[in-house]
Design a protein around this ligand. Structure first.
Ligand code: AMP
Length: 193
């Protein structure tokens, strides 16, 4: 199995590039943001609770997202691999993910980090907000999400760097060129696995 974390701040292109990766490699996509928005759309208790944090630009509590990912891993049999998008976002989530994968006899193969400067992130997220109407893509919440990312999520890259699994990519430019670099990193990790 090949398990990949696509990592980066909000607006770095994780969703866009996940779609490219899935088209090429057929991995199963697990996006905690998408799963949470689905819970909100279905007005579940979990969704209503999570919405309070999301609307405020804060991370949803670890146990909620870890529980969601654990359930998805359990219900997905015979996947070639997983692409984790927007998860793990804290070191506690990374530790929990490593444990869940270990129980399944597998592990994270590589973390690919999309590096994008902050002014570019803000520009992209504002444009996305206009196009999609995503309620957390407004100036005030974007600023909070980026602060949350720097404080709690960036350490996750370091956690996997210590395992020798961090690969960094400059995430500005043509989508196809960025994807070509991602493919290089995936092929390299596949050859090493
Ligand atoms: P995203 O679609 O990945 O940008 O996520 C949107 C929002 O959902 C984030 O700002 C968080 O409030 C919440 N969220 C998504 N994934 C996680 C996660 N792994 N841990 C905590 N909160 C999350």
């Amino acid at each position: 199995m090949f398990n990949l974390i696509l990592f980066g701040p909000p607006g770095s292109g994780k969703g866009t590039q996940s779609a490219n990766i899935i088209d090429t490699y057929g991995f199963k996509h697990l996006s905690t943001g998408d799963l949470l928005r689905d819970e909100i759309a279905r007005a579940t208790a979990l969704g209503l609770e999570a919405k309070k944090y999301m609307d405020n630009g804060q991370l949803v509590p670890d146990e909620v997202v870890i529980g969601m990912i654990g359930a998805k891993l359990d219900e997905t049999q015979d996947a070639k691999g997983f692409i984790f998008d927007g998860f793990p976002r804290t070191t506690a989530q990374a530790e929990a993910l490593d444990k869940l994968l270990q129980e399944k006899g597998t592990k994270i193969s590589v973390l690919i980090s999309l590096e994008v400067p902050e002014d570019e992130l803000k520009k992209r997220l504002l444009l996305r907000g206009e196009a999609s109407g995503r309620s957390d893509d407004n100036e005030e919440v974007i600023a909070k999400r980026i602060v949350e990312y720097r404080a709690k999520t960036e350490p996750v890259a370091l956690y996997y760097k210590e395992q020798g699994k961090l690969e960094q990519i400059h995430g500005v430019g043509e989508i196809s060129e960025i994807f070509a670099q991602i493919k290089n990193k995936i092929e390299k990790a596949m050859a090493a696995n």
